[in-house]
Design a protein around this ligand. Structure first.
Ligand code: MTE
Ligand code: MO
Length: 310
């Protein structure tokens, strides 16, 4: 299959444009604060220190902070896009521990503060393409997922890794929502996908600690896959030998597959995936194979029939 070459990002650069947009957005928020606008989460978030520019910085205009933090999918807080920002105020992102377990030599329970010290924090400006055919460009703060995974020394028998999101009954009104997902939210990757340099654990965005609605205090980000693969608020990472069945696979096996790589040539049964609405833009954009990250990830899928691969 023909893989479209991504020509719209530069390695290791935060573009002047990105800085400009961020500053403009910051100014907008400051003005909003002065006016007493209702965005308390936006100001509660601490700045993260010592962030370095990372590789793979998309040069597309960044989606404003105000959109990134108010237009969300986080069904534990409700299914409307505005629900996570509106209902996640009581969520407890600290104290927080992640158990990394299963087929590993050194299973560990790590505190979020230990995780923050595992590697230097990098900014990764990535496109996020939701399976619902909208997209954003988000400056995440984090470090390679491989760093976290190697820390527990996976065994050779481990073929997949499963991510489990938290269930915090008293703070997540969406958990009791009728007919929604099977909780906890789970997702999975093949080990080599998880070790790919593009895969990160994110602990922040726009230079700040992750807001609750974006998956505080720690989530994964996999920019070549549909957004639902990037599980939020993770409490368990489990190494396994069989392909995990994710929450979305259980909910709709004919609509959501394990790999779920962004692929403009494979439509969702109910809508086209050939184009997308970039949040904040008027005209639709063409969706790129692997969301434009083919140079980094296409080799992971050599010999696989990607037409079956939603
Ligand atoms: N635990 C959990 N993780 C989740 C989801 C969810 O509902 N619950 N939604 C997914 C979907 S569909 C998308 S598009 C992204 C959205 O991430 P964002 O709100 O930070 O942009 O989170 C993903 N991770
Ligand atoms: Mo999504």
């Amino acid at each position: 299959m023909l893989i479209k070459r991504p020509n719209d990002y530069l390695p290791s650069e935060i573009t002047p444009r990105g800085l400009f947009e961020r500053r403009r957005d910051f100014l907008r928020l400051s003005t909003a604060a002065a006016l007493g606008a209702m965005l308390p989460e936006a100001f509660a978030n601490a700045k993260l220190a010592g962030i370095r520019p990372g590789p793979y910085a998309a040069t597309d205009a960044q989606t404003p902070y105000s959109k990134v933090t108010t237009y969300n999918n986080f069904y534990e807080f409700g299914t409307d896009k505005s629900d996570p920002a509106e209902t996640s105020g009581k969520f407890r992102a600290r104290p927080w521990k992640i158990s990394i377990e299963g087929l590993v030599k050194k299973p560990k329970t790590l505190d979020i503060d230990d995780i923050l010290k595992l590697a230097p924090l990098e900014e990764r400006i990535y496109r996020l393409r939701c399976v619902e055919a909208w997209s954003m460009v988000i400056p995440w703060i984090g470090f390679p997922l491989s760093t976290l995974l190697k820390h527990v020394e996976p065994l050779g028998s481990a073929k997949y890794v499963e991510f489990v999101s938290v269930v915090q009954k008293d703070t997540m009104p969406g958990l009791s929502g009728f007919g929604s997902l099977d909780w906890p939210y789970t997702e999975g990757l093949r080990i080599d996908e998880a070790m790919n340099p593009l895969a990160i654990v994110a602990v922040g965005l726009y230079g700040e600690v992750l807001p609750n609605q974006n998956g505080a205090p720690v989530r994964v980000v996999l920019p070549w896959k549909y957004g639902f693969k990037s599980a939020k608020s993770i409490v368990t990472i489990r190494f396994v030998d069989k392909e995990p069945v994710s929450s979305w696979m259980k909910a709709g096996p004919s609509e959501y597959g394990f790999y779920s790589n962004v692929n403009p040539e494979v439509d969702h049964p109910r809508w086209t995936q050939s184009s997308e609405r970039r949040i904040g833009e008027f005209f639709k954009r063409k969706t790129l194979m692997f969301n434009g990250y083919g140079d980094q990830v296409a080799a992971l899928y050599t010999g696989m029939d990607l037409r079956k691969n939603y």
